[in-house]
Design a protein around this ligand. Sequence first.
Ligand code: GDP
Length: 526
Amino acid sequence: MNFEDEVKRRRTFAIVSHPDAGKTTLTEKLLLFGGAIHVAGAVKSNKIKKTATSDFMEIERQRGISVSTSVMEFEYKGYKINILDTPGHQDFAEDTYRTLTAVDSVIIVIDHAKGVEAQTRKLMEVCRMRKTPVIIFINKLDRPGNDPFDLLDEIEKELQIKVRPLSWPISQGPSFKGVYNLFEQKLFLFSDENKQTVANDVIEISDVYSSELDQYITPFTKKFYEEIELVKEVYPEFDRSTYLSGEVAPVFFGSALNNFGVKELLDCFVQIAPHPGATITDSRTVSPFEQKFSGFVFKIFANMDPNHRNRIAFLKICSGQFERNVPYYHVRLKKKLRFSSPNAFLADKKSIVEKAYPGDIIGLPDSGNFKLGDTLTEGEVMNFKGIPNFAPELFRYIENADPLKYKQLAKGIEQLTDEGVAQLFTQKSNGRKIIGTVGALQFDVIEHRLEHEYGAKCRWEPINLHKACWIESSNKTQLDDFRIRKYNSLALDKHGREVFLAESPYSLQMAIEKFTDIKFHFTSEF
Ligand code: GDP
């Protein structure tokens, strides 16, 4: 197969949802169809069910699962599918947002009884910001839930995106009969036998107005006809370009647990979802069809084995072909690196990859060369954009609790913040170190990992902070004035950029109003 076709047949996406909507179940069913696994239950949910006081074994276990299910790849009908997993727990939302920078499209799972939930809203915000094409899967139709029209209205309003149903449910809950596939104009009837494997026992009816149909879906026939007429009236014809531009989200209905509506979703997905697109760098836009290799690191994971401090850097390939053992240029370090054992991710196992193409994710074993956002090329100096840090909302001073282990602590903090577990700020006035996170659980994770992986002990001390935001201005006089007045509230981030530590929403507001020439940024990328 030629290079261009290899790029075009790739589908790199993430499945996201509010916890419990059915993301793990759906992922697993997709893997079943792809032949990547053979029985259900092979994919472990990477949910942290406990709260901030969770025991650390749980965190460790979760990290193990997260490594192995970070990327799942399989072949389906000539397409190469790469699914990127995202943590369900909201304390790890930042990790999810970063993963979304490496995908070309997203499937959002919504529980049809619960409708749009908090996490769904936030995730959609990120997709909207990046204009990522979105497909919505409404799950758990085997349970009673909302009227589909009401639910679609709610989605349009709450998620601020137009929808277009491509399948339609016939009843729901105990009387759920099946879904009509509007995309292929076929009807699939539901039987609620336990479907833990892929069985081809759906009844397929091409002519929805045949008497045969009535016999299966009675007494819902009339209502069904009315509803599909209404769908045609209310929603414009499906137009792929509006999906690709992120304006319209196609919607599917089904039940992931019962393996129902999943194949229709997948079949349509591979046809309409985008292949890898262009990626923006600080100097130019890179097309995936360029012959020269380039890619960026969007995730770093510490190795689970405490005896090996090795990590895995996850690289998304943006252009050209990646080959094992070929030296590539690490732009930030200004040096060439060669990878003898890059990993591909095949469901539950890892394997060495010889060649990879745009859209693919490979794991690079790393002993400290990589930071989030690093770019690899064949020599060109450019940096991929769009891997932001988000303004953290929880802060604590981090202090050394073991004077003999100062070095270990410093190294641990350095590496953990490289991984994006949390952000580090150094206060300008006194040099104290502040850790900022988006979720309380990260403090536990950091303390635990510092001790177990670096042999260091830390102590947390409270700090009264509302938000940290990056500042920038071309008005030097005003910036200098700001620096003098706010000296005690200034810090530097890891990369030496200036950060304003606002004590309260009020002080932030005042600063924004008073210093009109200073820009206050809530993500690090500007
Ligand atoms: P996640 O948190 O989004 O990954 O959700 P899971 O996939 O772990 O599912 C949460 C719960 O919902 C589990 O108990 C699943 O068995 C259940 N579930 C998933 N899909 C369905 C479905 O279609 N119908 C029903 N009744 N339950 C489902």
